[in-house]
Ligand binder design. Structure first.
Ligand SMILES: Nc1ncnc2c1ncn2[C@@H]1O[C@H](COP(=O)(O)OP(=O)(O)OP(=O)(O)O)[C@@H](O)[C@H]1O
Ligand SMILES: [Mg+2]
Length: 255
């Protein structure tokens, strides 16, 4: 299973991604948490020590490996036997979570970063050997990063939105783009809902089928943004109605 979390800046992508990582873990899955954002916020939110995080090399910087593996016409099946070595060297582990950093994929103009994209996807897709393996991708804000490369093999795109007009507008743009890229399951998830009125607003903006749920604003989560690194995975801290959303996601993805 490969699930990508996207949406406008600050809406709660990293929080939702981290919550999903924990929910899948609790459920006995083997989880690969992938920080596709150039910063290291997913690792931090999951409670990995900052010192280790700052030393973690992003996959995109593995130029030699990229060149070596993609030099001969792009037969990435060759990568599979070696992928575990790559993962061990460029990841952090805590129990059944493996954290990887994608690093910033530069885009723009005619410059093609296909090789990097293809490499990253070969790595990610080859992680998914077992039906118990899940990849959760915390995407960076905006839409530029949404390319065929990064969306390849994504089973579900979750677009997080706050109950604000601008955030909803971005969500719609991402919805359209993800659809154009051929991602089959695209779901909108409301977040930071404080009142009934806000939930109603979100519900009025999307069809029932498009909306997978609406997460409540949680003071505890808001406050942890002030706290020091714990350095350990805090499994118990899930958003109040996350489980409900998690179950719906599972149902949708597994069909
Ligand atoms: N349901 C929630 N209740 C309370 N606070 C929340 C909730 N969801 C997210 N937050 C808070 O909102 C802030 C932004 O969340 P987060 O970093 O997850 O957003 P993001 O979309 O990943 O941001 P960025 O675009 O910078 O990557 C954080 O301080 C986080 O703790
Ligand atoms: Mg983030």
């Amino acid at each position: 299973m490969k699930i990508a979390v996207s949406g406008k800046g600050g809406v709660g992508k990293t929080t939702v991604a981290a919550n999903l990582v924990k929910a899948f873990l609790k459920d006995g899955y083997n989880v690969y948490a992938v920080d596709a954002d150039p910063d290291i916020s997913l690792g931090q939110t999951l409670g990995f020590p900052s010192e280790e995080l700052s030393k973690l090399t992003p996959l995109v910087e593995l130029k030699e490996i990229i060149d070596e593996k993609s030099g001969g016409g792009g037969l990435f099946f060759d990568l599979n036997p070696d992928v575990n070595d790559v993962i061990d060297d460029y990841s952090l582990k805590q129990g059944n979570v493996t954290l990887l950093r994608m690093g910033g994929i530069k885009q723009g103009g005619s410059a093609c970063y296909c090789k990097e994209n293809t490499f990253l996807n070969a790595v990610l897709n080859s992680l998914l050997f077992d039906k118990n393996d899940v990849v959760i991708l915390d995407m960076s804000a905006g839409i530029e990063h949404l390319t065929r490369g990064t969306s390849d093999g994504v089973d579900m795109m979750i677009i997080v939105t706050e109950p604000t007009r601008v955030s909803v507008q971005t969500a719609r743009v991402v919805q359209k783009l993800a659809g154009d890229l051929g991602i089959k399951k695209i779901k909108v998830l409301g977040n930071k809902i404080r009142h009934k009125k806000e939930e109603e607003f979100i519900r009025s903006q999307f069809t029932e089928d498009d909306l997978i749920g609406a997460l409540h604003f949680d003071e505890g989560v808001w406050e942890t943004a002030m706290s020091e690194d714990k350095g350990v995975l805090a499994e118990e801290e899930l958003l109040p109605n996350l489980v409900e959303v998690y179950e719906k996601i599972l149902e949708e993805v597994k069909g």
